[in-house]
Design a binder for this molecule. Structure first.
Ligand code: OFO
Length: 163
């Protein structure tokens, strides 16, 4: 069984992934409604991926005979006006997820719960990949700029990144 402290942190992380899934759905809908069809596909996929992370955490918490409290994400307060806002939201969110993953790893290590430490390794790697992806998308979008047909080229670039 996970310690009470770790149970709380795993539950907080489950809520964070649920919120990320919900917010990326919001980004996908914004993209689809504003002519960024390739970007919409990317964020629908990201939303599914965050949901799969949430499920992975739920299953692990249950396997450790611990309590899972189902939480609902708060209504989105995202203010998205441009595709640059979309990408910045993605990056900021991934940085937040990474910080909370590190807290989980720190706590599991302090408690010498090596089972949890081992389980969490995929998550550290995943966050490295996601942060790198989000940062790279921002850099490329900035290179494309904000003039002429930039909306088309940024949309294509996001779509090709695969997610
Ligand atoms: Fe699941 O938060 Fe990133 O990928």
């Amino acid at each position: 069984m996970l310690s009470e402290n770790l149970q709380n942190l795993f539950n907080a992380q489950i809520a964070i992934e649920n919120t990320a899934s919900y917010e990326y759905l919001h980004l996908a809908i914004w993209c689809a409604s504003n002519g960024f069809d390739e970007s919409a596909k990317f964020f629908f996929k990201q939303s599914d991926e965050e949901r799969s992370h949430m499920l992975k955490l739920i299953h692990y918490t249950l396997e450790r005979e611990s309590v899972v409290k189902a939480g609902y994400p708060a209504p989105s307060t995202l203010k998205i006006e441009t595709i640059f806002d979309v990408l910045q939201t993605f990056y900021d969110n991934e940085k937040k997820v990474t910080a909370s993953v590190y807290k989980l790893v720190d706590t599991a290590t302090e408690e010498r719960d090596y089972n949890a430490v081992q389980f969490l390794q995929w998550y550290v790697q995943e966050q490295h990949e996601e942060e790198t992806l989000a940062r790279t998308l921002i850099e490329k979008a900035n290179l494309i700029g904000r003039e002429g047909s930039y909306r088309y080229f940024i949309d294509q670039m996001i779509g090709k990144s695969g997610g």
